[in-house]
Design a protein. Structure first.
Lengths: 652, 132, 287
């Protein structure tokens, strides 16, 4: 039997406040196999690590138990210590007596008992641990970026500039994402298109970037370093190699339909290029509204196209490709629907959302940049902005802060005042959150230049009366109920994850949070990584953020990919399942249980038995539970180890 | 005014929270309740201020107000509160504290016979239950 | 289609117009409403205090009575509907309170009676198209708006009657009768409820706002499902007319009165004599 050393960490007061450490080391030392049982204030510190090393050398320890924080935090630290002492790292285990003990209990007596039990369990486990060795697999140095908004483009450019190939996929027929719809950006009032188009142009002509617009990822197999993707290129019904973007077809198309790009403020043609700076500058036919595709009539576009590019027979195609890493940059959309019913959203034409107001402000928008009411084309003289429309609302809407609304609302009010000098802007707000560089200054410059009246409170109801929009709000600073007969109302709708995020998450086998945003591996220390190795997160796919932060996270995701690609192989954890083939009956219940498709069939003594593809196995252990004969074992969490832990608890 | 831990979480405050089953500190003072309240113009304190004064321990000032006698339990505030506070329940708890002390807006001569004849039973029962 | 029927105090005593128009119309539509043998006053208001268990006993007794008869329970008065439905919800959702309440009762109640508003029966069992087919005297040309008030809709999670901000069930009903139904944002504003006796000013103000809002939209009449809404909008309208010369009379109907008319039933069941604002000039339009 191995000689075990137990090291108990105080974590300052974090553990020692609730757990009686002196008693813990005394009790644990009574275990016959424990030859060292000691404590230290901060074991993760350099003196703490040296202390462990000293005890290992003096006592010839064969296994280590470090009772401290979560292994998520420091397993790597202490396993490195073990390795430095010549002990296989997998013979070092952590007992979590902080998150799972001291932090969640108040009773010192009970917490101390629990800590002792947990440590003894780990001791019993380590006694049955075998040395494990990680292996390496080759790596495909090509990245898949999903979402070609500003975040995905930034990621793609950085990776491509480092010399690696990138495929950049977007469900829309153009790249650039939501930023293409914006007019000006805070806090500098830079024209969004002016700062965006150099990026879209660079992406489009970059030799290492392949853009796949109007495409969706439909399947991902494989594992970090070697993902196998299936990407669906949706039929545009136009041969883009031939299309010159001349636009004659758009002009002649008789069918109008809803314009997503203009958020319904203007109709578009069934065959269309969404905006003048679109990249690629090619037309796409909307199959839902096209007369020819629905009724086999019309076909005007095909008849007049000088390049003969229209192809009604075009089908969706599937591209299959291998990638080493994936960046998810799927962005956001705005909350719509019944949750905003008290504001009359969706019911009255002159109640707009923030994105619609961007389009009104845009010089290429439906009003060529003039602020006019959609209902009657008149210039609004009294304009009410409502912040937190659906945000910070745990009853309906979303409980979180959407982070960008305070800033863009101030920007909207200021742009409005520039365009309608005799108009008055009112902003209902609850708090002004302007925590970015130059943001606070921007708010007050806007108040000053735009003569904005900020009203501190929420709006309860908006409805139409006498041709105006009656706004019932509150100014809680004066405790006055405010009634404004407004000409237009603009809502700062909550930001929500873009449609299809949930589906994509299941395709990628990564988690989402309670609101549907992609879940980061650690909220503080690993905000770029997902919990699946090789899948990284950028931009609003992870949480609401402004352009600055989105670009930064896009670059950060790229640097993670580049770090991975700087090696020729990728290390694979040895914590994988192993089938004892002589005892396997070949029922393949494990195959059904495995979420990663890692169970393969193998011929053994004339029969089919299960075999685990170590490269695909993620070490979840589902197969070990499914196996009725108990012949599948997860290395590092073998059945005998787990049972020893349970027995230690039962027979203490 | 002076604020002290013992003043802001006194027995009265706890009783209001218990009887209403609402957490007063959850209110972040957006004022949406007051903005939509049909009777706010008649109240000496708008609903959001009732909650604010309770938060800072000014309970007596709240009990001197008339707001809860003007609350008709229409639940407009509750249905729009972004913090899921049912303010109508807080108002009910406040009414209870007062009529327990014998304070009520009702008086004997309030309903003349003719009015009593026309007023629906529903109104009389409601009024009785909400005021005594 | 057989249902148990809970009229409640006001319909039983005072609002014959509501009760009789309901019974006559239902029967014409093949909806049998059988009055509960044993019912108690619902208490008019749902108790909002967490510790007020006593006020729940009476509605629970009524629900137990309904359970014995084994049919879904239909009610009309918005207050009764609110109290019975919320009581049911509480019994279902709050185990602790359910046990407390059952301790006071001779028999246990588990919340298994379905409480319905007549409008829900019309929508779900007859269907709006079905109703339209039964209409023999369409009310075309009548510009009528619904006035939902508070108790049918809020709190939405417990009432699950319709969307609390954008309800449409009354609109669908009115359209089935052939009415012209304009947008009426005041339809969910409170009428002042029971405050008439203690705070008359509040009711005068809320009623004025609602009527003035209706007048601006050239609405000829409002329909309600609550005797108290009816009383406030009808009676106080009469009072307001004395001082506010800008107001024109807007008759207030129970929705079942218009239903009876559209089904071609005798106007006697409508008891128009109960109205303070005479509805006959308005109804003259259809003749």
């Amino acid at each position: 039997m191995k000689k075990i050393g137990v090291f108990v960490c105080w974590c300052g007061l974090n553990i020692s406040r609730t757990v009686d450490i002196e008693r813990v080391i005394k009790e644990v030392s009574r275990h016959p196999q424990v030859v060292v049982s000691t404590d230290y204030k901060y074991l993760c510190s350099e003196p703490g690590q040296n202390l462990i090393q000293k005890y290992v050398e003096e006592n010839e320890l064969g296994g280590l138990v470090v009772a401290a924080c979560s292994p998520n935090m420091h397993e790597l630290t202490f396993r490195s210590v073990a390795q430095r002492c010549g002990i296989n790292p997998y013979l070092c285990e952590m007992t979590n007596i902080r998150e799972q003990c001291s932090w969640v209990h108040d009773d010192r007596e009970e917490a101390t008992h629990k800590a002792i039990d947990l440590i003894i369990m780990t001791v019993e486990k380590v006694l049955r641990s075998d040395p494990l060795y990680s292996s390496t697999v080759p790596l495909t140095k090509k990245a898949l970026v999903i979402g070609a908004g500003i975040s995905g483009m930034e990621s793609a450019l950085d990776i491509a500039n480092a010399g690696y190939e990138v495929s950049l996929v977007d469900k829309r027929p153009y790249i650039g994402g939501h930023m293409t719809q914006l007019s000006e950006t805070f806090p500098t009032l830079d024209c969004a298109q002016c700062i965006l188009t150099p990026k879209t142009a660079e992406v489009a002509r970059h030799p290492n970037i392949k853009i796949l617009p109007y495409s969706e990822v439909v399947e991902i197999k494989g594992y970090v370093g070697n993902f196998e993707a299936k990407i669906k290129r949706k039929a545009t019904y136009v041969d883009w190699d031939k299309c010159t973007g001349c636009g004659i077809c758009v002009e002649k198309c008789p069918q109008k339909t809803y314009s997503e790009f203009e958020r319904g403020l203007k109709e578009r043609k069934s065959i269309d290029i969404p905006f003048p700076q679109a990249v690629p500058f090619k037309v796409t036919i909307d199959k839902e509204s096209c007369i020819y595709l629905k009724k086999n009539k019309c076909g005007v576009c095909a008849k007049i196209c000088p390049a003969e590019a229209v192809d009604f027979q075009q089908q969706d195609t599937i591209i299959e490709e291998k990638f080493g890493a994936i960046v998810v940059a799927t962005g956001f959309e705005l909350l719509e629907g019944d949750d905003l019913a008290e504001y009359g959203y969706g019911k009255y034409k002159d109640i707009l959302d923030g994105m619609q107001f961007e389009r009104l402000n845009s010089s290429s928008g439906p009003t060529s940049g003039k602020i006019l009411r959609p209902s009657d084309g008149k210039e609004p003289k009294e304009l009410v902005f409502i912040q937190c429309a659906g945000s910070r609302d745990r009853e309906k809407g979303v409980p979180y802060c959407s982070r960008i609304c305070c800033m863009y609302t101030a920007k909207h009010a200021r742009l409005y005042k520039q365009k309608v000098p005799d108009g008055q802007a009112y902003i209902f707000y609850m708090d002004i959150r302007a925590g970015g560089k130059g943001y606070e200054e921007f708010i007050y410059r806007s108040v000053d230049e735009g003569n904005i009246l900020y009203l501190r409170g929420q709006v309860s109801k908006v409805f139409e009366e006498d041709g105006k929009l009656m706004v019932w709000g509150m100014d809680t600073l004066s405790s006055k109920k405010i009634e404004i007969a407004a000409d237009m109302v603009v809502l700062a709708n909550a930001m929500i994850p873009s449609q299809g995020s949930k589906l994509l998450a299941s395709i990628l086998k990564v988690g989402t949070d309670e609101h549907g945003f992609f879940q980061e591996a650690h909220p503080k220390l690993r905000p770029i990584e997902s919990l699946t190795r090789g899948v990284f997160l950028a931009g609003c796919s992870q949480s609401p953020k402004d352009i600055t932060d989105t670009v930064a996270q896009g670059s950060a995701a790229a640097s993670k990919v580049m770090a991975m690609f700087s090696n020729d192989t990728i290390k694979v954890e040895p914590v994988v399942s192993l089938v004892k083939k002589e005892d396997c009956s070949g029922c393949f219940a494990c195959e059904i249980a495995c979420p990663y498709g890692a169970i393969e069939h193998e011929e053994y003594k004339g029969r089919q038995v299960a075999f685990v593809n170590a490269a695909l196995c993620q070490g979840c252990g589902s197969c070990t539970v499914a196996c009725r004969a108990g012949v599948v074992d997860l290395m590092g969490f073998s059945n005998k180890q787990i049972l020893a832990e349970v027995e230690a608890l039962l027979w203490k | 005014m002076e604020i002290k831990a013992t003043l802001i979480r006194d027995e009265l405050y706890k009783e209001i929270e218990e009887r209403s089953d609402q957490k007063i500190l959850n209110c972040y003072q957006c004022g949406k309740c007051s903005a939509g309240c049909p009777a706010v113009a008649f109240m000496s304190l708008p609903p959001h201020q009732v909650l604010r004064l309770l938060q800072i321990g000014s309970n007596e000032e709240v009990l001197r107000a008339n707001s809860f006698w003007f609350c008709s339990s229409c639940f407009t505030c509750a249905s729009r509160c972004p913090r899921s506070i049912d303010i109508s329940k807080v108002m009910e708890a406040l009414r209870f504290l007062l009529y327990r002390k014998g304070i009520t807006p009702l008086s004997q001569d309030m309903l003349d016979e003719e009015l009593e004849k026309d007023t629906p039973q529903q109104a009389l029962v409601s009024l009785w239950k909400k005021s005594t | 289609m057989k249902y148990s029927y809970f009229p409640g105090c006001t319909l039983h005593e005072q609002s014959k117009s509501f009760n009789q128009s309901t019974l006559a119309s239902s029967s014409a539509l093949g909806i049998e409403l059988e009055e509960l043998k044993d019912w108690y006053c619902c208490g008019a208001v749902f108790p909002l205090r967490a510790d007020d268990i006593m006020s729940l006993l009476s509605p629970v007794r009524t629900l137990i009575g309904a359970k014995k008869e084994g049919k879904d329970l239909v009610t009309l008065c918005a207050a009764c509907y609110q109290v019975l439905k919320r009581t049911n919800y509480l019994i279902l959702e709050d185990r602790e309170k359910r046990e407390k309440i059952n301790n006071y009762l001779e028999e246990d109640y588990k919340g298994d009676v379905k409480v319905l508003h007549l409008l829900e029966v019309l929508r779900d069992n007859l269907g709006w198209l079905g109703l339209r087919e039964k209409v023999s005297h369409p009310l075309s040309g009548l510009k009528v708006a619904p006035y939902y008030g508070c108790l049918l809709l809020r709190p939405a999670k417990e009432m699950t009657f319709d969307h609390p901000e954008n309800p449409t069930i009354f609109e669908d009903f009115l359209k089935s009768l052939g009415c012209d139904v304009p947008d009426f944002p005041y339809k969910t504003e409170c009428c002042g409820a029971y405050l008439g006796a203690t705070a008359k000013d509040v009711v005068s103000q809320t009623v004025y706002n609602i009527l003035h809002g209706a007048q601006k939209r050239k609405i000829g009449a409002l329909i309600v499902s609550c005797p108290l809404c009816h009383y406030n909008l009808d009676f106080y309208q009469g009072e307001l007319m004395k001082e506010k010369s800008e107001l024109t009379p807007i008759p207030i109907f129970y929705f079942t009165q218009l239903l009876a008319l559209a089904l071609g039933l005798s106007t006697e069941v409508c008891h128009f004599e109960e109205h303070r604002i005479d509805p006959l000039p308005f109804l003259g339009v259809i003749k």
